[in-house]
Design a protein around this ligand. Structure first.
Ligand code: UGA
Length: 324
């Protein structure tokens, strides 16, 4: 198959691209390498996939002229749309950017899928939509009360995707991710920051008292789920999450400390209103549709993440510490 992956140098997308290339697909990637965090990390992830045959364009999903020429050049069988602004807390400071990229950007891709008859569309969405819902979170809940502009933008992208399925019979899978972590992760997220804080002996910020909890999910498990969803027909929304009892941020810190044998210096900051208190996925739908469940335990995943940080000290130290 020929598959377009948007945001292809992003944390999750790079792992998806790697898997698709290993499975023998022709993969085209686009990513604008914006500076939400240091683009050198995006280039690092991308470099591994370029070696394996990724055809890459450093372009934005807001560049409609470029997108059109790309769709003219290739006959895509599927589009895996992972390009997005993804930080929850930063979206409060920059809501317009989130709606431009996450909503208009999604609309740009959907319109081209329609125009060029691309059969399959996969949208990356988020556990952040489930605020206030009973746990574990199930996909059939209405999720109408997003706490952040980020979550609101993903809700908008979800409903747009449904409209395109309904009107144009496009096969659509919405994958809702639950706090994804792993090697070469996102530097704005807790796992990356806490590992770096411990290894560098630098203090980290803790928003709230650490009792907030996440259904942390390892990146390769997520990539496997996304790739499996390419074969699905019709329309479905699927949680891709750890599916276990949620792990508190305090437990995350303790795990990082116990594996590294070092203490983390934590500076307490107020809990953010846009932040979820807890997330926990019911993963029976993903299991039913694609026989999916995560294979990597939290401890194993954190160990692998720490190993990456240890093995790449020189590179990581050169990265600009952009705080969002
Ligand atoms: C993450 C991603 O950023 C979103 O892109 C994604 O959609 C979402 O997960 C999801 O899967 O639904 P979040 O859960 O906020 O968002 O992930 P982290 O940045 O790892 O934060 C987890 C918790 O740690 C939050 O309560 C956060 O406030 C806290 N945290 C994070 C800190 O206390 N300090 C930090 O420096 C970073």
């Amino acid at each position: 198959m020929t598959i377009l992956v948007t945001g292809s140098s992003g944390f999750i997308a790079a792992s998806v691209v790697k898997r698709l290339l290993n499975d023998g697909h022709d993969v085209v990637g686009i990513d604008d390498h914006n500076d939400y965090y240091d683009p050198a990390l995006k280039a690092y992830r991308n470099a591994q996939n370029l070696k394996k045959g990724l055809k890459f364009f450093e372009k934005s999903i807001l560049d409609k002229d470029f997108l059109k020429s790309l769709f003219k050049q290739h006959k895509f069988d599927a589009v895996v749309h992972l390009g997005a602004m993804a930080g929850v807390r930063y979206s409060q400071l920059n809501p317009h950017l989130y709606f431009d990229v996450n909503v208009t950007g999604t609309l740009n891709i959907l319109e081209l899928n329609r125009e060029f008859g691309v059969k399959k569309f996969i949208l990356a969405s988020t556990s952040s939509l489930y605020a206030g819902e009973p746990m574990p979170y199930v996909e059939t809940r209405p999720v109408n009360f997003p706490l952040s502009p980020y979550a609101a933008s993903k809700k908008s992208a979800e409903v747009l995707s449904y409209t395109y399925h309904y009107l144009y019979k496009m096969d659509v899978t919405i994958t809702r991710f639950f706090t994804v972590y792993g090697p070469a992760g996102r530097p704005d997220m807790s796992v990356y920051r806490f590992i770096e804080g411990v290894l560098e002996g630098e203090s980290v910020e803790l928003f709230g008292d650490g009792s907030q909890a996440r259904d942390f999910t390892y990146v390769e498990d997520i990539a496997r789920g996304v790739c499996s969803s390419i074969a699905l027909r019709g329309f479905q929304t699927l949680n891709l999450g750890g599916g276990n009892n949620p792990i508190t941020v305090t437990e995350l810190i303790e795990t990082v400390e116990s594996i590294t044998g070092k203490k983390l210096n934590v500076v307490k900051k107020p809990f953010m209103d846009s932040d979820m208190k807890v997330t926990w996925a019911d993963i029976s739908e993903a299991n039913k549709w694609m026989n999916w469940k995560p294979n990597t335990s939290f401890k194993e995943g954190i160990q692998k993440s720490i190993d990456w940080h240890l093995n790449n000290r020189d590179f990581i130290k050169l990265l600009k510490n952009i705080r969002r």
